[in-house]
Design a protein around this ligand. Structure first.
Ligand code: MOS
Length: 764
């Protein structure tokens, strides 16, 4: 077991640490458990099969749901005959728009701080159909098999309306300015088109990325029960508090009548939010008067849960003779629906990765009648870096410059659009360290020049990037008991990435306790906070909340310690936490244990709760993480098959709290990036709006044999303006990978593939 042996007391963060750049005192902590490769504390529960997931709660009297999906893209249900389904064995209820309870719309994500909905549509309230695959009926039965069978007995006819289904038709009908979180996706500095025209060196190319679907291993599921007006939801969720509030709006009940918990999640990449199935499950449970388990089939996830939409991007770069960018243009079009809020914001990486004399960045959107698309790991950056970093590689090749040198020539010294200083940025170190470790100097100088038998071999590189975010709403409760145990409660989420482990470590160090004496509880709306596991911001959000709760704890402890304590007279900012107690920061030996303070005060425990301050640090600093992704590609000259035998990610993401879970996060992201590069593609039938490959046999993701040795290193330089010095690492791993693969394929073959995925047909 890890024993915390702390050499110095951990002080309180000063009140002005957030905007002013005064560091979290724990950010360089080297003596405690931060930075230790602790195994996941939830690991034994998972490998032992005792961790309950959303579809594994067996409730008394529970029935099972099956969902029927529309087979037209737009129109109305003309007739729906449920008699045969209702008469089928075991069926308890068939719910359609005709008998569903009246429900308000799910508040659309972004429309208010706790809104969780993926689409701005009512659910099963009228006969209208908005996408091919929309739920049109829910069957409840005594067994899943009975429900699945009965749904096949429902007969539907439709009145179809003309739908816009092809990207070309949608573009011809017009485009609108893309808006993201209330801001136009548009930026201009100088006259970029003129600068491009005048540039002695330039590239100007179009890049295409397809639709992608969410394929978390755990299917979307919820087990739901009503007790009078109180709604209990066991969900698979990355936003329990948002979901509870949003469901309260849908059903017109008080927020505290809804409890949503999600202690274990089998993967969430932006898709484990509030979609139709939780609402339908709750509505059907209400109608039937019985608890409901609703687990979408794999096909169901494709029909009900939005994915990443397609993009058509232009990147044009003008450079002077030295390689300095005089013009950086990144524009294009993405498809979305008229009832969601997610234009794939592919220009986001280009807003901060390079300096240039002039910029033109713009996202246009066009509307297609389809399932509302949504967030998917690094929305914007994943596919945006494919275009940007392919184009930079193309320019480097055209100019005969090493791509790494071209990137470093254009490294900005402040945020190129906002003008703010960077909070911490060492892209050069990430590149230099990565290049050395990967053996970049061994890269073939001429594309297509290295061959082993049938295999052409090349290397590519690209920049990974993702911003630091911290959303408002974080809060934490700390309970300290007389026997020296601390429990931290926060409505955050452990989706398999190591959050619970990392924050147990951080809290232990902050409180001066061994990790065995700290329990981190999460994933339940009975805990404080409105915390989204998304935007790679959960760690910062939790960290900021725990800092505030820690301050409150120390203040209360000093009050309880009183005049009989060796600490009498000291103010909260004059003590630190050390060796299971408080110590004078002056290091004069004055110390009193928590146990001693609480027992003298005749208290068994002390409970404090505090909310994190708003994320003011983002008004003072440009805060972004970066990485350098190195890929070796082998392309079969006969078949066009691409294999990736080697990848390296070299990251500059602030302090890494746990190298074991951190390395796993980076690797997982890079594997998803490999899928983005080579395999993933939702096949959308533009004749009828149907997704044609809604299964893991037809929608390809990397399997073990596709995934090479992935080496991961990092700078571990703390960000002085973020809690714990950490910036969040959930999404950056997927970014840059597709371009690094495409660039390696170019180096291997001399062929430039500008539309994803890079399948073998594009190389023959
Ligand atoms: Mo992520 S797309 O913020 O889960």
């Amino acid at each position: 077991a890890l024993q915390t042996v702390m050499k110095t007391a951990v002080a309180l963060a000063p009140d002005n640490w957030i905007p002013g750049g005064i560091p979290d005192p724990i950010m360089r902590q080297q003596h405690g458990s931060i930075g230790k490769a602790l195994s996941r504390i939830d690991g034994p529960l998972k490998v032992g099969g005792t961790a309950p997931f959303a579809a594994e709660f067996a409730l008394e009297g529970m029935v099972y749901a099956a969902v029927a999906f529309s087979t037209i893209a737009k129109g109305r249900i003309a007739t729906i005959d449920t008699a045969a389904a209702e008469a089928s064995p075991g069926v308890v209820l068939v719910m359609t728009y005709k008998n569903a309870p009246r429900m308000e719309k799910v508040p659309l994500f972004g429309s208010s701080p706790k809104a969780a909905g993926g689409a701005d549509l009512t659910i099963m309230q009228d006969p209208s159909v908005h996408w091919n695959g929309q739920p049109i009926a829910v069957v409840l039965a005594e067994t899943q098999e009975q429900a699945d069978h009965a749904k096949t007995l429902i007969h539907v006819t439709y009145d179809e309306d003309p739908a816009t289904l092809s990207f070309a038709d949608a573009k011809a009908a017009g485009t609108d300015q893309g808006m993201f979180m209330g801001e136009p996706l548009h930026a201009e500095i100088g006259k970029a088109e003129e600068a491009l025209a005048a540039a002695p060196h330039k590239v100007d190319a179009a890049y295409l990325t397809p639709r992608h679907n969410h394929n978390a291993i755990e299917l979307h599921a919820a087990t739901i029960a009503w007790d009078g007006d109180a709604l209990r939801v066991h969900d698979a969720s990355q936003l329990v508090a948002h979901t509870a509030w949003s469901l309260s709006k849908v059903f017109g009940i008080a927020e505290d009548q809804v409890r949503v918990s999600s202690p274990f999640v089998g993967g969430g990449f932006g898709g484990k939010c509030l979609w139709d199935h939780q609402v339908l499950g709750a509505a059907a449970a209400k109608l039937a008067g019985r608890p409901v388990r609703i687990m979408l089939s794999r096909e169901g996830v494709y029909r009900v849960v939005g994915g990443r939409t397609l993009t058509e991007q232009r990147v044009a770069i003008g450079a002077d003779a030295s390689g300095k960018f005089t013009a950086l243009i990144h524009t294009g079009i993405t498809a979305m629906t008229s009832h969601n809020a997610m234009p794939e914001p592919f220009i986001l990486p280009t807003m901060s990765v390079y300096g240039a004399d002039s910029f033109l960045l713009d996202v246009r959107v066009t509307h297609i009648d389809m399932l509302a698309n949504t967030f998917m790991r690094a929305p914007g950056e994943s596919v945006g870096t494919f275009a940007l970093e392919s184009a930079v590689d193309e320019l480097a090749a055209a100019m005969g410059i090493d791509p790494i040198e071209l990137k470093l020539i254009n490294e900005p010294d402040k945020d190129p659009l906002m003008g703010l200083p960077f909070s911490q940025r060492d892209v050069e170190k990430a590149y230099r360290d990565g290049a050395e470790r990967f053996g970049w100097t061994d890269r073939p100088k001429t594309p297509g020049s290295r061959r082993e038998g049938e295999w052409l071999i090349g290397m590519g590189v690209a920049t990974a990037t993702y911003p630091y975010h911290r959303m408002s709403g974080g809060a934490a409760r700390i309970t300290l008991t007389r026997d020296g145990h601390a429990t931290v409660d926060i409505a955050a989420h452990e989706m398999g990435m190591g959050t619970a482990t990392a924050h147990t470590q951080v809290t232990a160090d902050r409180l001066g306790l061994p990790i065995e004496q700290v329990v981190f509880r999460y994933g339940d709306t009975i805990f404080p906070g409105v915390v989204l596991a998304g935007g790679s911001q959960q760690t910062a959000s939790i960290g900021a909340s725990v800092i505030e709760a820690h301050k409150a704890l120390v203040t209360e402890l000093l009050k309880l310690a009183g005049n009989d304590s060796p600490l009498a007279g000291l103010k909260p900012d004059e003590v630190g936490c050390f060796d299971a107690g408080l110590a004078a920061l002056e290091d004069d030996g004055r110390h009193e244990s928590y146990a001693s303070i609480l027992s003298r005060a005749q208290r068994d425990e002390l409970v404090v709760e505090a909310a994190a301050p708003p994320p003011l640090e983002l008004q003072h600093w440009s805060m972004h993480s970066h990485g350098a992704v190195f890929v070796e590609a082998r392309v079969n000259a006969v078949t066009g098959e691409v294999r990736v035998p080697r990848m390296l990610g070299s990251f500059d993401c602030g302090r890494i709290l746990n190298p074991k879970t951190g390395r796993s996060q980076f690797r997982g992201g890079m594997i998803m990036g490999l899928g983005l590069a080579l395999m993933e593609e939702t096949e959308f039938d533009e004749r009828n709006g149907r997704i044609m490959n809604p299964s893991l046999s037809d929608y390809h993701v990397p399997v073990h044999l596709d995934v090479p040795e992935i080496d991961v290193i990092w700078t571990d330089i703390p960000d002085p303006h973020s809690p714990m010095g950490a910036r969040g690492i959930g999404e950056i791993g997927i970014t840059g990978v597709a371009a690094a693969v495409a660039n390696a394929v170019f180096n291997a073959t001399g062929k430039r593939v500008r539309d994803l995925p890079i399948t073998l047909d594009k190389l023959l």
